[in-house]
Design a protein. Structure first.
Length: 406
């Protein structure tokens, strides 16, 4: 059993590593081509008939790049297609969704305090919502409403806010933000698979047949590529959020996610404006910082409300000597130590999560900050509250931590 668990863990690690590698490749190429397109010099009458050109230097060499609005007169040999980065990112991400959240639904996907679902119901909602996201988005883009890109982006934001609220109403906080990222990433990858690549194939087929390609295909592909450009950074945040309970396990996690999408827009607006040589809008960084401060406040507001009577501040003292430690020790031993032990008692678990052991007074005192953040200030632990930690017990953890740090 230990060997099987180790193999499963390494498989998950390998898939996660692949996901990161191909994700970097996809994001890197996407950001590069958006920057290249925005930075092209289009005020030059090029003999080649190209729409614009750019000279770049990298790695000790100079590159002369030209972009054709529709296509060159003749089909070039050795044409490079950028597609597998996107496909591999989505496939590896969905594989991780299965390995972590579907097979570990009891721990990570379902929270009975949010909605008491069976594993089948939760997985069905997960898969169905991803499919719904793409179908709804694609139909809106193809409608008359989608002719105005600004209007379209505003509606897309409203949909994302609605999905954030929906996910936090049916899944655990951790799974909710991860699914919001997967929902968005599915739209992005589907844009490549169903729209961008087919349109490019039509253009290539027209060239090979001696026909003049219709410029509308390039216009549609560029619209979808622009959407992907603005959605990338929020997706990265959502995928990293499962490491930070202050993001996913706070009361206002859906609103935090909504503000993250705005931060993605402000950051990309800065870089896109600079690439277009239309100024240096540093105000976007101030807006981004203010949005992030708002996110921090939303995640920590319960802490400030709890600390008001004592104004707990100042130098840290030894947590094991703080008032209330005996009660917290009993709480942690009763609610957490069945998993966080040298030999976990939970069926199917063969080592403590992340190597954290909470069996002795010293171990509990050393993990005070993590206990406070994940089991006191937020409800990240126990996962899905499987050991039924009570609100009063969480309040005792908060009181102990604040007493030790005043």
């Amino acid at each position: 059993m230990h060997d099987l668990a180790a193999i499963s863990s390494w498989i998950e690690f390998a898939v996660r590593w692949v996901h990161v590698i191909v994700g970097i490749a996809w994001i890197g190429s996407s950001f590069y081509f958006i920057a290249l397109d925005l930075g092209l010099h289009r005020d030059r009458n090029l003999a080649s008939g190209a729409d614009g050109e750019e000279w770049q230097v990298h790695g000790g060499g100079f590159y002369h790049i030209q972009k054709y609005l529709i296509a060159p007169d003749n089909m070039p040999d050795g044409l490079v297609w950028f597609k597998w980065e996107s496909y591999s990112t989505w496939l590896s991400g969905f594989a991780l969704l299965i390995l972590v959240y579907y097979l570990g639904a009891e721990f990570y996907l379902i929270d009975p305090a949010v909605m008491d679902l069976t594993t089948f119901q939760a997985v069905l909602i997960s898969v169905g919502s991803l499919a719904f996201g793409w179908v709804a988005y694609d139909q809106i883009c193809k409608s008359k409403f989608g002719d105005d890109n600004t209007r379209l982006m505003l509606l897309l934001y409203v949909i994302l806010v609605g999905m954030a609220y929906f996910y936090t109403s049916v899944f655990s906080g951790r799974a909710a933000l991860l699914h919001l990222g997967a929902f968005t990433a599915t739209i992005m990858s589907a844009n490549v698979f169903f729209i961008i690549m087919p349109n490019q194939r039509i253009v290539v087929a027209d060239l090979q047949a001696g026909r003049t390609p219709d410029a509308k295909y390039g216009k549609i592909a560029k619209q979808r590529s622009t959407h992907n450009n603005y959605l990338t950074l929020p997706v990265i945040f959502m995928m990293l959020s499962n490491h930070y309970p202050l993001a996913f396990a706070s009361e206002m996690n859906w609103l935090i996610a909504s503000l993250v999408f705005l931060m993605g827009v402000t950051i990309r607006h800065y870089f896109n404006t600079v690439h277009m040589r239309k100024g240096n809008p540093i105000w976007t960084w101030l807006v981004t910082a203010l949005l992030f401060v708002a996110v921090m406040w939303l995640s920590t507001a319960p802490m400030f409300r709890a600390a008001e009577p004592t104004e707990a501040q100042g130098a840290a003292v030894r947590f094991a000597q703080a008032d209330g430690f005996d009660k917290v020790h009993d709480i942690v031993r009763g609610r957490c130590s069945m998993c966080h032990a040298a030999e976990p008692a939970w069926e199917g678990m063969h080592w403590p999560p992340k190597g954290v052991r909470l069996e002795t007074e010293h171990q509990i005192a050393m993990a005070a900050r993590e206990i406070y953040l994940q089991a006191g200030l937020t409800h990240a632990m126990p996962p899905a509250n499987l050991s039924y930690m009570q609100d009063g017990e969480r309040a005792q953890i908060v009181a102990w931590y604040l007493a030790a740090t005043k």
